[in-house]
Write a protein of this length. Structure first.
Ligand code: UD1
Ligand code: CA
Length: 456
């Protein structure tokens, strides 16, 4: 809708979160609650998105992205009507406004789209049926079943409190009416607040029908007020992600034990074991298998690769047909070619590893370029840091590095070279040679006795 304005109310303090972080910055699926609402709003192609902020304002603006957003301060929280009033100067004269709540992250875009079809003529109010409606504004209907008012819980009579149809807080209406009605609302109610909900009666008084849209999906209108609510929404969000993955053909060993905090793109026949966490943008290509307890962030795992248990990957790519872990750690800047083997207790950082190369046990490879068909033995360390600067290690194709070797960078190991176990390499290693760097001799002292414990 081209002439649509969206106002997101996010000025509430969120006292019940019992946190120094503004409520709307708490994360669902790794993304701030308010960012979920903004991303949903964007899908409606509005002319403008106006965010009414208050508590923790600067922090909120810093952590929420969107250059097109217009921010309006509500310095004092005098009610939802007062909050919308702060945004009025920014509204277009024509068109309609959709009001969303900054603490309702699972907002249903399709339902909003439906509301907007009539919002150029009418006030459309999203309602839902809540068996325990305590705390919510009640939808009051007349004998003809038409909506005539919303009464807040604290202002409601006993009879009104038994009404189970409640206000979700989401509504849409023509801008002209919004401006005229908001000028008329007062704060003569139980909470001495300016209620946005008073505009329902004002519409009816003008002879303009208020259209209810009853939504069935309670999650789409559930607001977050406490850490308990946050947990409920998080689990629902994760359940939806898991369902989408399984629908698409991904095998999850336990749909309740996966956490996706970002975008997880999966090819065909991907298998994911329990308790894995995916953050940022992660791609698992066809046939990838992820073992239990892996944490994978901003990574591409190419076709057919297998990650064993407890593998940690952060900002790295894994070539096709590779085998990683268990207990492997790939840190930022790691680029593994195809058919690589990275084994247990191996850490790789800012390094490329060529086709078919193996680093199988207890090694650190950092700031390095490792060629193809290289074997790096157990306990090999690239000494990349001299205490002040980082230096690079270059290992060319077909090299064999014996166990417990230290490669003191900057250093280059030529193609086809072999380094004997236990060497400390500080100089260039020529190609196709055997290089040793050990204590000159191996001595044995016959009849040597171990020290004995002194008896007291
Ligand atoms: C509001 C509705 C109620 C509805 C309920 C749904 C009113 C008067 N009542 O009640 O009918 O059933 O939401 O959750 O509208 N906010 C501001 N500035 C303020 C006050 C609130 O920005 O001065 C924002 C909050 O950050 C929140 C939203 O408005 O995102 C709703 O505020 P909240 O205090 O939760 O409203 P309720 O009184 O629960
Ligand atoms: Ca509320």
């Amino acid at each position: 809708m081209s002439d649509l304005n969206i106002i997101i109310l996010a000025a509430g303090k969120g006292t019940r979160m019992r946190s120094d972080l503004p409520k709307v910055l708490h994360a669902v699926g790794g993304k701030p609650i308010l960012q979920h609402v903004i991303d949903a709003a964007r899908q409606l192609n509005p002319q403008k998105i106006i965010v009414v902020y208050g508590f923790g304002g600067e922090q909120v603006q810093q952590q929420i992205s969107g250059e097109e957003l217009q921010w309006v301060l509500q310095a004092e929280q005098l009610g939802t009507g007062h909050a919308v009033q702060q945004a009025l100067p920014l509204l277009d004269d024509r068109g309609a406004t959709l009001i969303l709540l900054g603490d309702v992250p699972l907002v249903d875009v399709a339902a909003c789209q439906e509301m907007l079809q009539q919002a150029n003529q009418h006030l459309v109010v999203q309602t839902f049926i809540k068996p325990d409606p305590t705390g919510y504004g009640r939808i009051v209907r007349n004998g003809n079943n038409e909506v005539v008012a919303i009464v807040e819980h604290k202002d409601a009579t006993e009879a009104q409190r038994s009404i189970q149809e409640v206000n979700t807080g989401i509504m849409a209406l023509p801008n002209a009416q919004l401006k005229s009605w908001l000028a008329q609302i007062k704060n003569d109610n139980a909470q001495q607040e300016y209620y946005l909900t008073d505009i329902i009666a004002l519409s009816v008084n003008e002879g303009r029908a208020v259209l209810p849209q009853v939504v069935a999906d309670a999650w789409s209108v559930t607001g977050i007020n406490s850490k308990l609510d946050l947990q409920d929404i998080e689990r629902e969000f994760q359940a939806r992600k898991a369902t989408a993955l399984m629908t698409q053909g991904v095998t999850l060993f336990d749909a309740l034990r996966i956490d996706i905090r970002g975008n997880l793109n999966c090819g065909r026949d991907v298998i994911i074991d329990v308790n894995c966490v995916f953050e940022g943008d992660v791609t698992l290509e066809d046939g990838v298998q992820i073992g239990p307890h892996c944490v994978i962030k901003n990574a591409v795992i190419a076709k057919g690769s297998k990650l064993a248990a407890f593998t940690h990957i952060d900002d790295a790519t894994v070539g096709a047909g590779s085998s990683i872990g268990p207990f492997a750690r790939l840190r930022p800047g790691t680029k593994l070619s195809e058919k690589t083997h990275i084994g247990n207790f191996v850490e790789i950082k800012n390094a490329t590893v060529g086709l078919g190369s193996k680093v199988n046990h207890l090694s650190y490879v950092g700031d390095a370029s490792v060629g193809a068909n290289v074997n790096i033995g157990a306990g090999v360390i690239t000494c990349n840091y001299d205490g002040a600067n980082k230096h690079k290690t270059i290992i060319e194709d077909d090299v064999f590095v014996g166990s417990d070797t230290q490669l003191v960078a900057p250093v280059t190991v030529g193609k086809g070279a072999t380094i004997a176990a236990g060497s400390t390499i500080t100089k260039h290693v020529p190609a196709d040679s055997l290089t040793l760097c050990r204590a000159r001799e191996q001595r044995s002292i016959q009849g040597w006795k171990r020290p004995q414990k002194v008896k007291k």
